[in-house]
Design a protein around this ligand. Structure first.
Ligand SMILES: Nc1ncnc2c1ncn2[C@@H]1O[C@H](COP(=O)(O)OP(=O)(O)OP(=O)(O)O)[C@@H](O)[C@H]1O
Length: 370
């Protein structure tokens, strides 16, 4: 756990970058510091690893005051990833990744094995990339190396300063996804600086919105920052389209789902008509004997045959999807509803535009401050 306790930084010229910031970052969670340019995000981050010395307050990592620690020792326990990666141009990718392990006196063999493991982990095949030099990589690949290097000595804490800021939006999204997957497995304590609210709500377990001078205006879950901004500044910063953004950070919950009329595979056209008549939709979902989705059947079945006509069901999402993904699927298939499935493609229920709206409202009620 990282605790900032009344931390401040006044530069020698008298300018105050951070006035009085208190914030706790729970162990294993990712906190995104977000705010407009010049509000003190980078200064705050650099005070944690003492690239900048605070002029007031205390910073504790697992109860230990960082200002009492030896700065070099301290930095070895803290991974640091910055936008312009800062790879050494004349060293191979493998050598870059093993910088800290080498400083720590690891054997060549162990450091090499670790580098290969990490390159693999960030999606770079070591056989292809380990012996290349930084200029032989794309911007996105260099950022991955930056992440691998920061993780090399398996530090419990990671500080990331706009790490994906220098790449185009599509690569950035891919890097964010990859990083989320890594973080899911590694559960580092991460402080992540960005000026991009979308990135902050996508990655952060919690989001800290800062105004000029490191003034903490809201520190909350992404859904709460978007759904109930603490003041005008936060509302403006998260944007007028925050409602749309909320879709992306609100997961589907089984309680949000509606029940749909269901028939088993092998049912007759008459069964479909009967089941649909008992509900207010002109269709039924078809499942097999294990409740797995098999398709859907329109209530209007061809005349003259009692065999049920089943159509393939494409508008589906996994239960781990967000409301945004569900909405996108609904639009893509021009469907009035999507089926929500578990890992075994068993039907959990359906989501309609109405239930989607209700789910969004629910998410704000839950996260609204008491
Ligand atoms: N060495 C310095 N001397 C004086 N003032 C500084 C110094 N470094 C930063 N500042 C000022 O401190 C304030 C905070 O800077 P900081 O880099 O922390 O902002 P930031 O929120 O990370 O901004 P950005 O998103 O633009 O990187 C700014 O007003 C900046 O001009």
């Amino acid at each position: 756990m990282i605790v900032l306790d009344g931390v401040g930084k006044q530069y020698a010229d008298g300018s105050v970058a951070v006035r009085d910031l208190s914030l706790s970052v729970p162990r294993g969670s990712l906190v995104a510091l977000v705010g407009p340019s010049g509000c003190g995000k980078s200064t705050t981050l650099k005070m944690i690893n003492r690239l900048i010395e605070p002029t007031s307050g205390r910073i504790l990592i697992d109860g230990e005051d960082v200002t009492r620690a030896d700065p070099v020792e301290l930095r070895r326990g803290i991974g640091y990833v910055i936008q312009q990666v800062g790879l050494f141009p004349h060293q191979s990718i493998r050598e870059n990744v093993t910088t800290v392990p080498t400083l720590l006196g690891w054997s060549r063999k162990r450091a090499r094995a670790r580098a290969d493991e990490l390159l693999e982990m960030v999606g770079l095949d070591p056989a292809t990339y380990a012996d290349r030099y930084p200029h032989q990589l794309s911007g996105g690949q260099r950022q991955r190396v930056g992440v691998a290097r920061a993780l090399a000595a398996d530090p419990p804490v990671l500080l990331m300063d706009e790490p994906f800021g220098a790449v185009d939006p599509i690569v950035r999204e891919r890097l964010q996804d990859e990083f989320l997957r890594l973080q899911h497995d590694l559960a580092k304590t991460v402080v992540f600086v960005t000026h991009d609210i979308d990135e902050a709500v996508r990655l952060g377990d919690r989001v800290a919105v800062l105004a000029s001078g490191g003034d903490l205006r809201q520190y909350d879950s992404p859904a709460a920052v978007l759904g109930s901004p603490a003041d005008e500044f936060v509302a403006e910063f998260v944007g007028a389209d925050r409602g749309l953004r909320r879709l992306a950070v609100t997961p589907i919950e089984v309680g949000d789902l509606e029940e749909a009329p269901v028939v088993r595979r092998g049912a007759s056209a008459g069964d479909v008509r009967q089941v649909a008549a008992g509900s207010d939709v002109p269709w039924a979902i078809v499942v097999d004997d294990d409740d797995r989705l098999a398709g859907w059947a329109p209530a209007e079945q061809p005349a003259g045959s009692d065999a049920m006509r089943v159509r393939p069901m494409e508008a589906t999402v996994h239960r781990s999807a967000t409301l945004k993904e569900a909405w996108a699927v609904m639009l893509r298939y021009d469907a009035g509803w999507v089926a929500v499935l578990d890992d075994d493609r068993r039907l959990l229920g359906v989501l309609t535009p109405e239930s989607l709206h209700a789910a969004l409202r629910r998410s704000v009620r839950i996260t609204e401050p008491a």
